[in-house]
Design a binder for this molecule. Structure first.
Ligand SMILES: *[C@@H]1O[C@H](CO)[C@@H](O)[C@H](O)[C@H]1NC(C)=O
Ligand SMILES: *[C@@H]1O[C@H](CO)[C@@H](O)[C@H](O)[C@H]1NC(C)=O
Ligand SMILES: *[C@@H]1O[C@H](CO)[C@@H](O)[C@H](O)[C@H]1NC(C)=O
Ligand SMILES: *[C@@H]1O[C@H](CO)[C@@H](O)[C@H](O)[C@H]1NC(C)=O
Ligand SMILES: *[C@@H]1O[C@H](CO)[C@@H](O)[C@H](O)[C@H]1NC(C)=O
Ligand SMILES: *[C@@H]1O[C@H](CO)[C@@H](O)[C@H](O)[C@H]1NC(C)=O
Ligand SMILES: *[C@@H]1O[C@H](CO)[C@@H](O)[C@H](O)[C@H]1NC(C)=O
Ligand SMILES: *[C@@H]1O[C@H](CO)[C@@H](O)[C@H](O)[C@H]1NC(C)=O
Ligand SMILES: *[C@@H]1O[C@H](CO)[C@@H](O)[C@H](O)[C@H]1NC(C)=O
Ligand SMILES: *[C@@H]1O[C@H](CO)[C@@H](O)[C@H](O)[C@H]1NC(C)=O
Ligand SMILES: *[C@@H]1O[C@H](CO)[C@@H](O)[C@H](O)[C@H]1NC(C)=O
Ligand SMILES: *[C@@H]1O[C@H](CO)[C@@H](O)[C@H](O)[C@H]1NC(C)=O
Length: 489
């Protein structure tokens, strides 16, 4: 079993927020144990709904579902809105409600070699299908339909006389899309280009013969703001009241939103029933023991370290089959919902983490050497390295530089640019310097310097590979960055 300090550290933080550890040493009745166990399962299973509510509650209340919203700028250190933002793409989002209508999605034409993806998520945050640059998707209309737990979930070719280029079959009545489009740089022409693409995205409700199959999606279904991810409330833990609020919401959604895996439907149903979720309603079982619930949730969370894979040089990630689309790994699913809601499956992107983690005193630095040179992503793909402080926000620094990657002016040791117009196929090793924002390195390092929190301390980094080639996957030929700690330069 791989153990992973970064994951474990984040896990413990999460576990501390979500559930205090219990150390029971007495025996409660079997009946209360099994109801408590089932409750722990139901909370783990339903946790992603807290993030769905946080993402869409106010938009559902003001503008409803099946409507697109566009972020027009990338994040900065002064816009601490979402955690672990990327500064590579502009996001759009829409809550998808298939309860009364099918929905037609128009995918606009996107210039060659610009990465973009339309990821489709079910209500439980599984990335069950994608269209975009990696699929050479044709611009035009696609039909979004509800099919339930079924082998048909995902992309389906349309009948030959169809006005649609494809059909996306949703396993759940509600879900979401979260399109992202590469922003190459922060210039106004580039921003305009991406805004134009965003403005050409469309959603349209299409009447159908089956009519209404579930209630309309609303903030009220999510309990009128009574559930929250608890990410920001560091002092709060889930208590019985919060569990009750969450399970009321989970109960309401369960009937029309089965697990995407057909063979899981019955198992999940049984456990949820044991937890008191039945036919849209939640009735807390008699004799629930909160100590046991906490202990079981904690066990569920810790078990996720069984699902890690090692690339090399201590860079790791979850296994591909439990990334983005989590199948029956509900612990991994809720952990990712907490740390990086709306993950993509690994053919779209890899997010390797460095197992030992990072901590610096002010007079120290890390050099990340890329022995294999440029990370091999596909043509329209890209890569970046971003630093976050311990609150998972971007780091304030004099260059306003939050990430480095294939769109930066990275240089080889001799000063030649690594990326750019007239660059040959040269591919030598290069290095990135992680050093305090208040300790600027000598000029020959400036272009490869990624500032870390001023004064030193802990921080985290995200390596992102969009459109990764096989070489970047576990067992592939790419050598991941070698991390060396040294005195500041
Ligand atoms: C809950 O379970 C724990 C561990 O089994 C036990 O120590 C505790 O007494 C139980 N609490 C109640 C209220 O039954
Ligand atoms: C509750 O879960 C624990 C840990 O998975 C297990 O050991 C125990 O047998 C379960 N109890 C019941 C009654 O299912
Ligand atoms: C919500 O709808 C109103 C009125 O139709 C519109 O002015 C506003 O821009 C919409 N908000 C968003 C975030 O799209
Ligand atoms: C992009 O420009 C905006 C406005 O000038 C600025 O607030 C933001 O920090 C910049 N973002 C990046 C990633 O440089
Ligand atoms: C992290 O950065 C954000 C934005 O710059 C800042 O508001 C927050 O206080 C920082 N957190 C820590 C622990 O330094
Ligand atoms: C998109 O491409 C990926 C990777 O090749 C593939 O697994 C997936 O099925 C494709 N999706 C569609 C809708 O064709
Ligand atoms: C921004 O990107 C565009 C499109 O790739 C490019 O033409 C332009 O030169 C870039 N601007 C800067 C300041 O890098
Ligand atoms: C939500 O609020 C409305 C209006 O205050 C109320 O009628 C409704 O019962 C509430 N629903 C839930 C699920 O809390
Ligand atoms: C670096 O700073 C630490 C305290 O932050 C101090 O103990 C150490 O001696 C310093 N090392 C050097 C080489 O200056
Ligand atoms: C790279 O250098 C060029 C030329 O000095 C500059 O215009 C551009 O803004 C730089 N790009 C980045 C991302 O720093
Ligand atoms: C900068 O110059 C120093 C001293 O010549 C050298 O050791 C270092 O490797 C150079 N840094 C880069 C990024 O080339
Ligand atoms: C950094 O994180 C470690 C846990 O990985 C913790 O023990 C240590 O206290 C932290 N240091 C600082 C300066 O926050």
């Amino acid at each position: 079993m791989l153990t992973h300090r970064v994951v474990t550290f984040a896990l413990l933080l999460w576990a501390k927020n979500i559930c205090a550890t219990g150390h029971p040493n007495e025996v409660a009745s079997q009946r209360s144990i099994s109801a408590s166990n089932a409750t722990a399962f139901a909370v783990t299973y339903g946790y992603p709904l807290t993030q769905y509510a946080a993402t869409f509650d106010s938009l559902l209340a003001s503008n409803g579902s099946n409507t697109l919203y566009h972020d027009r700028t990338t994040a900065s250190a002064s816009s601490a809105a979402i955690v672990r933002p990327n500064v590579d793409t502009l996001y759009s989002k829409a809550a998808i409600d298939l309860s009364h209508y099918d929905v037609a999605l128009t995918i606009p034409s996107v210039d060659d070699n610009r990465f973009y993806v339309f990821p489709f998520y079910d209500l439980w945050s599984n990335n069950f299908a994608n269209l975009g640059a990696l699929n050479s998707t044709l611009p035009g209309k696609y039909l979004l339909k509800f099919v339930g737990a079924s082998e048909r979930v995902g992309f389906e070719s349309p009948p030959s006389n169809s006005e649609y280029l494809g059909i996306i079959n949703f396993p759940t009545v509600y879900g979401l899309i979260f399109p992202r489009v590469l922003l190459r740089n922060n210039s106004s022409t580039e921003l305009d280009a991406v805004h134009t693409i965003q403005d050409q995205m469309e959603l349209e409700e299409i009447p159908r013969r089956t009519g209404r199959i579930a209630p309309k999606l609303s903030a009220e279904l999510f309990g009128n703001g009574s559930i929250s991810p608890l990410a920001a409330k560091s002092s709060a833990a889930f208590d019985l009241n919060e569990i009750t609020n969450l399970l009321k919401v989970v109960a309401r959604f369960t009937p029309h939103n089965p697990p995407a895996e057909k063979r899981e439907a019955q198992v999940v149903q049984q456990k949820l029933e044991k937890a008191g979720l039945d036919n849209g309603h939640y009735t807390p079982p008699h004799g629930l023991n909160f100590t046991i619930i906490q202990k079981e949730m904690y066990a569920e969370i810790l078990s996720i370290t069984n699902f890690l894979q090692n690339f090399n040089n201590d860079w790791i990630d979850f296994l591909p089959r439990y990334s983005g689309n989590f199948l029956n790994q509900y612990g991994v699913r809720s952990y990712i919902a907490y740390t990086g809601y709306l993950q993509l499956v690994q053919y779209e992107s890899l997010y390797p983490e460095y197992e030992p983690g990072f901590v610096l005193s002010k007079n120290q630095s890390y050099v990340l050497t890329f022995p294999s040179g440029k990370p091999p992503v596909i043509n329209a793909g890209f890569w970046s390295l971003t630093v976050y402080n311990t609150s998972s926000y971007l780091v304030q620094n004099p260059l306003n530089r939050y990430s480095l990657g294939d769109r930066s002016n990275l240089t080889y040791p001799d000063g030649d640019l690594i990326y750019g117009e007239d660059i040959s196929d040269r591919n030598d090793a290069f290095s990135i310097l992680l050093q305090s924002a208040d300790v600027p390195p000598p000029a020959n390092w400036t272009s490869n310097w990624l500032p870390t929190p001023a004064g030193g301390g802990n921080f985290t980094v995200n390596l992102r590979f969009y459109g990764p080639t096989q070489d970047l996957t576990a067992g592939g030929s790419y050598i991941y960055p070698v991390v060396a700690k040294q005195s500041s330069v």
